[in-house]
Design a binder for this molecule. Structure first.
Ligand code: ZN
Length: 246
């Protein structure tokens, strides 16, 4: 929950505890991104480690892909039971695969809470950008909230990386990125640059085995079709044959 800074005026029913706790009019508590089971309803925005449970709750509101990724990252926790509840409407958050913001409507008071989790409003690769819904209470989180972070246009960044990957084709290069999120985007950029061999750490292989990727490397234009996960080499599975993330 990097960089979160939650104001907690008492009349909103929102508290920063182990995760974000939202108390509805009838006393029901929804706990978002807590490390342990607490509250009546558990909500999981995405499967990054700083949002993920230590012990799985009995059931959780999240996307199917987040559940699969969470299971892969918390293998010892076993299968995760998902549920849907009428108070919570999940919306694409644009952050990483499976990530969802939640629009929570209190059935008694009609107050609408928007809990974003990590979000991005940009369209990136296989992720449509977050579109904020109307809400009365906004619970916002971001890694790049400071005005000092102003990034170039997404397509410029991608083109710069692809150009560099092409220019360095005669040598191995190291790319760093979180195993869920940046690692998959870097693999797609490597594919776009025609880098034919990509070796990845086993944590990334585990994530890749769960995710599906678009058959086209760009989110621009028509929505891409989807296909099974990118095959890639883990460090243990090195081989001299041509790989590929195609
Ligand atoms: Zn995150």
């Amino acid at each position: 929950m990097t960089g979160s800074n939650v104001g907690s005026p008492s009349d909103t029913g929102v508290r920063l505890r182990d995760g974000i706790e939202i108390e509805l009019g009838d006393g029901t508590t929804i706990v978002a991104d807590g490390t342990r089971s607490a509250g009546d309803i558990a909500l999981l925005s995405h499967a990054h480690g700083d949002h993920l449970y230590d012990d799985p709750p009995e059931s959780v509101v999240c996307s199917a892909l987040t559940a699969a990724l969470a299971e892969a990252r918390r293998e010892e926790g076993g299968p995760l039971s998902r549920e849907t509840v009428p108070e919570i409407d999940l919306r694409p958050a644009g952050h990483v695969a499976g990530s969802r913001a939640a629009l929570i409507t209190d059935p008694d008071t009609g107050v609408r809470y928007c809990y974003t989790g990590d979000i991005s409003t940009r369209d990136r690769f296989y992720l449509p950008g977050f579109e904020p819904p109307d809400a009365d209470v906004l619970i916002l989180e971001t890694t790049y909230g400071s005005p000092e972070y102003v990034f170039p246009n997404q397509s410029e960044i991608e083109a710069e990386i692809v150009e560099w990957l092409g220019r360095t084709m005669d040598r191995p290069v190291l790319l760093f990125g979180y195993s869920l999120g940046r690692a998959q985007k870097l693999q797609l950029l490597a594919r776009r640059a025609d880098r034919s061999r990509v070796l990845v750490w086993k944590a990334i292989t585990r994530i890749n085995s769960v995710m599906t990727f678009p058959s086209t490397p760009s989110a621009r234009g028509p929505r891409p079709t989807w296909r099974p996960a990118i095959p890639s080499y883990s460090r243990r599975e090195r081989t001299t044959s041509r790989s590929s993330i195609r």
